[in-house]
Design a protein around this ligand. Sequence first.
Ligand code: 3HC
Length: 694
Amino acid sequence: MTAITSLVNYEAEGDVGVITIDNPPVNALSAGVREGIKGGILTANEDNSVSSIVLVCDGRTFIAGADITEFGKPMTGPSLHEVIGAIEKSTKPVVAAIHGTALGGGLETALGCHYRVSSKTAKVGLPEVKLGILPGAGGTQRLPRVVGVPMALQMIASGAPIGAAKALEVGLVDEVIEGDLKQGAIAFAKKVVAEGRPLVKISDQDDKLQEAKDNPAIFDDFRKSIARKSRGFVAPENCIKAVEAAVELPFDEGLKRERELFIELMEGEQSFSQRYFFFSERLAAKIPDVPKDTPLLDINTCGIIGAGTMGGGIAMNFLQAGIPIIIVETEQDALDRGLALIEKNYAATVSKGRMSQDAMDKCMSLLTGTINLEDLSDVDIVIEAIFENMEVKKEIFQKLDAICKEGAILATNTSTLDIDEIGEATKRPESVIGLHFFSPANVMKLLEEVRTKKTSKTVMATCMALAKRIGKVPAMVGVCEGFVGNRILHRRTEQSADLLLEGAMPQDVDRVLFDFGLPMGPFAMADLAGNDVGWRIRQGKGATSAVADAICELGRFGQKTGSGYYLYKDGSRTPTPDPIVEDIIIKASKDAGIDRREISDDEILKRCVYPMVNEGAKLLEEGIATRASDIDVIWVYGYGWPIYRGGPMRYGDAVGLKNVYDTLVEYQKEHGDFFKPCALLVRLAKEGKTFQDA
Ligand code: 3HC
């Protein structure tokens, strides 16, 4: 075996030259890998003992893409274009042997090869759009030449990978190998030589482009089809333009156009934020004071208390991950309704073609219901998901403490209560943790995990790993009112209520935040969630909110009652501004002695968002949040903050913390201490720093 570089080896196996990449964990195309592949191709072409070449990877996956950590840094070694060019020009056939995931630059490298074979479980895709860029090493030019324009558009603009079977069907791989991939690839390479098959250069092939040449409307139709999903993002449009170039221009010119469109995205703020978010998401899974090798508890069964919407949604995550669930209710009726709701949700997914009947049956077979808490004696983890009442929760946790086996994790889904206090109600506070799911719990990706002062490292490490197993993105935070996500949300809620009193209407505030990229504004969101929830909480605390209270007093609880801040005509979910609400707001301003004024969109945005940045900084100061990037993960996955703006903290950095600080100080003078910048924000603004270098 010859080491071409420290990351790439070459060895002749009989008359086949095998180039092996070994760059854990995902064989990213770092400079040493690019240099090694290029060198390996050269070596194999000069090696008279071999007549074909196999490109294969060690470890868990084929090349998963360019090395994202190199982006924005000076380029060293050959470019990926040069590497792929060298592969395509090889005078001996090159076969890519794909296992795991061939993604981005990894698939582009494979598309430079003359043939591709894969294992049965392999996946291939071009996910660059998710990083705010496009495939920049020929992917937008080669993929449509293999799979045709409609499918290439779909794959490139969505970033979703396809499995080996589909890849075989559409000609993206030439053979799916059963058994040992490397040996299968070597056998395939020998067959290519023995049968005198040609050196297939995808760049020379044009026939699959003909459909789009004959019908250029394909592109605009596609634009329309993704308009809603891609709202606010710039990368999907450049992806489409690059594929258009593949159809309209000769290959080499198409490559140049792809490059221009790629650089435009790479230099933009959106891609910066999306790449930042890629690493933030992975960083959030790591807890600084919990070592990587902390032993994990086995989680093979889970109990859920409460078969309401939340409990049912939580259960579905576990069932889909193959973990049996025992769901507990106090009354048989409520239990039956809860179980039926889960079944109905699955049936709806099956009828939309997003789940097979088999998969649904498997999930349902893992689900048991009971009205006896004692049935949880043997489960590995319990998640309590009942209404927010401290006394009731404490009583349940005391019972669980007596019923559950030693070492079982006792988790609560509370979004408001003090989990330290809940933990202290048991004799095992080290086993108590908050697992705060977001509604709808089977859809939203965030799992805000809340550690108490006593939660053990083993429990934390186990729950972080468990989150990944059930398809959630976890972030660990500390105990405080509202934890991280809702505490920040409350600042925005307070501001949006003030904006109404000062001169804005719900539709003004909602439009500004929707245009900013959020799925909906605070008032449309309140109508969706139900205005009565906040009203009851305020009543319990003796608090008031003039407009919100007046609306609730009229029974306008939101979509479910057909009206709230908006009118929902004839069961529609579309909010329509309502003159009755406008009258309520104008009266509330008058009662408060406020002269209403025109409020600009810019002010609405800053008044809603800058206090969120300030609150995030306070949470960092207090040690409730570990990193600014964790707060961003919570807001993107829990509240739909646009990923292309990275999260509220990244947005603060992008705007400049000095600007955020100056504006808050101005608002503080005008409106009071609600806006007072916290010490961390003051320091960073003065030092000209960002949250990233805090
Ligand atoms: N570059 C650098 N590091 C990468 C990487 C990449 N392309 N892909 C993953 N990593 C790192 C992760 O940051 C993580 O690091 P950590 O252990 O220090 O946190 C580690 O590899 C493992 O990653 P995951 O935790 O994500 O591992 P999984 O097994 O869950 O997932 C994966 C593996 C599906 C490959 C996933 O990592 C992934 O989707 N990677 C990104 C793929 C991608 O976007 N490729 C396109 C890159 S851009 C490109 O190719 C441009 C080209 O067109 C020119």
